[in-house]
Design a protein around this ligand. Structure first.
Ligand code: HEM
Length: 417
């Protein structure tokens, strides 16, 4: 009997949504996780983003009870939540400030990965799903910004959707589709609301599943100075490691008349793809003469991640209680007939917005942003070989630092100009 559909469902679908074996392995076996100390807080930015996202979804669901996505009622419903609904002020402020913090965490997560070149080889999959996640998170932020229907949010939406019109050929169509017509109106609010509360959150949760599933399968990256070393005595020269290595860093040699695997120190990225394949466990990771310390995720890894998440949540609540005046703009109802003196997007769009303002034309600005975006998404294709260690690749590290500093520079410039 032809059982292809059954095996397709088992291999492609069930195995994809049921990575229990890799989770169990990551938690309890000693060959998956390179321990990271709590001092290296930035290394936990991925898991901290996930925890913040849970908070964001919970507070968002609570706001849905009272929010009304209608241009005549949206602003008042937010004011009502803030002033009269039970704990409404807390939930509105948490949702608004947490949205800013999540994006900050994601940028930290991304820049750290770029810095230690963890985007290469078997982890490029995480990079691609991560880029899609960041894009969806930014769109979620943009769509959510309109929902209070305040003067700032209305005009930020006008600017954002108008910028789309400069895209050649399809620009007008894209802007029309986003707005649901020629102008930003109640239809736009309904479209943004649908995206913000249903389509985008569901897509984000599904993508996170694939992102984390792959993290469980590959394990988190080893420190960048770790390199594979093969014990010659026990190596049987089967060649499995040579075939699996994504960096072509392993070659077979015959040093004593017997076939043995050898590692090219300048190509090995310490990705660990070969470790699990070696039938005689002859491969280990070393930094110089020091072997990599290994530890199961449970208990220290889990505890460290919990502490990092807790510290971030304390910072979030401190911001909500003590700095909400500074972090949240004063809101007045949207008035489509009066353009405000200064239109301010959310902080993470401030840099791109400033760049658009200072470029000779909006089209050139959009072209530059698109180029930066494509460079980021396809980083694993552009940078895929050579050593990983930051000390051994000064030009790359200079470029990463320039990218980070330019982002900070344009963002600050946007705030003060
Ligand atoms: C909601 C968004 C995201 C969540 C919840 C998330 C979560 C995580 C988690 C929990 C890890 C495991 C390691 C760690 O704790 O840091 C991880 C690893 C990774 N993420 Fe993300 N991530 C997100 C977005 C991104 C973005 C925007 C990128 C890059 C464009 C990215 C690329 C990667 C890569 C390459 C790894 C493997 C890193 C390594 O092994 O050292 N992720 N992510």
């Amino acid at each position: 009997m032809n059982n292809r559909p059954a095996s397709f469902i088992k291999n492609r679908i069930i195995e994809n949504i049921r990575p229990w074996e890799s989770i169990r392995h990551a938690f309890f076996h000693d060959d998956t996780v390179a321990p990271v100390t709590l001092g290296d807080y930035l290394a936990y930015s991925g898991i901290v983003s996930a925890v913040l996202l849970v908070f964001q979804i919970v507070t968002g669901l609570l706001l849905l009870f009272y929010y009304s996505p209608h241009p005549m009622k949206a602003f008042e419903s937010v004011v009502f939540i803030q002033n009269e609904a039970p704990n409404g002020f807390l939930f509105v402020t948490l949702h608004a400030i947490n949205a800013k913090l999540i994006v900050l965490m994601l940028f930290i997560h991304m820049f750290r990965i770029m810095y230690v070149s963890a985007h290469r080889g078997p982890r490029s999959h995480q990079w691609y799903t991560g880029s899609a996640l960041l894009t969806l998170m930014l769109i979620t932020g943009f769509s959510g910004y309109l929902l209070p229907w305040s003067q700032q949010s209305f005009w930020a939406c006008v600017i954002g959707t108008e910028a789309m019109r400069t895209i050649p050929l399809i620009g007008d169509g894209v802007a029309w589709l986003l707005k649901g017509g020629k102008e930003v109106s109640g239809t736009t609010l309904a479209i943004f609301y649908g995206f913000h509360v249903i389509l985008l959150p569901i897509s984000i949760v599904i993508l996170i599943w694939f992102h984390l599933k792959r993290v469980w399968e590959t394990g988190v990256s080893a420190p960048p100075d770790m390199i594979a070393r093969i014990e010659k005595e026990s190596c049987i020269g089967c060649g499995l490691c040579e075939r699996i290595c994504p960096f072509e860093a392993i070659a077979m040699d015959t040093p004593y008349g017997k076939k043995k695997a050898c590692v090219d120190q300048n190509q090995c990225n310490g990705c660990r793809a070969c470790l699990g394949k070696c039938p005689t466990a002859s491969i280990g990771l070393f930094s110089g003469e020091t072997p990599m310390k290994r530890e199961p995720l449970f208990p220290h890894g889990v505890l460290n991640r919990a502490v990092a998440s807790l510290v971030t949540l304390i910072i979030l609540f401190a911001a909500v209680f003590f700095f909400h005046g500074l972090l949240m703009e004063t809101r007045t109802p949207a008035d489509p007939l009066v353009t405000p003196d200064r239109i301010k997007p959310d902080w993470y769009f401030m840099g791109p917005y400033q760049l658009l303002k200072v470029m000779p034309s909006e089209f050139m600005g959009l072209l530059t942003l698109a180029a930066v975006f494509l460079l980021m998404v396809f980083l694993p294709k552009l940078d895929r070989s050579g050593p990983r260690s930051p000390e051994k690749r000064p030009v790359y590290i200079f470029l990463v630092k320039t990218a980070i500093l330019s982002f900070i520079f344009f963002t600050l410039w946007g705030f003060i100009s």
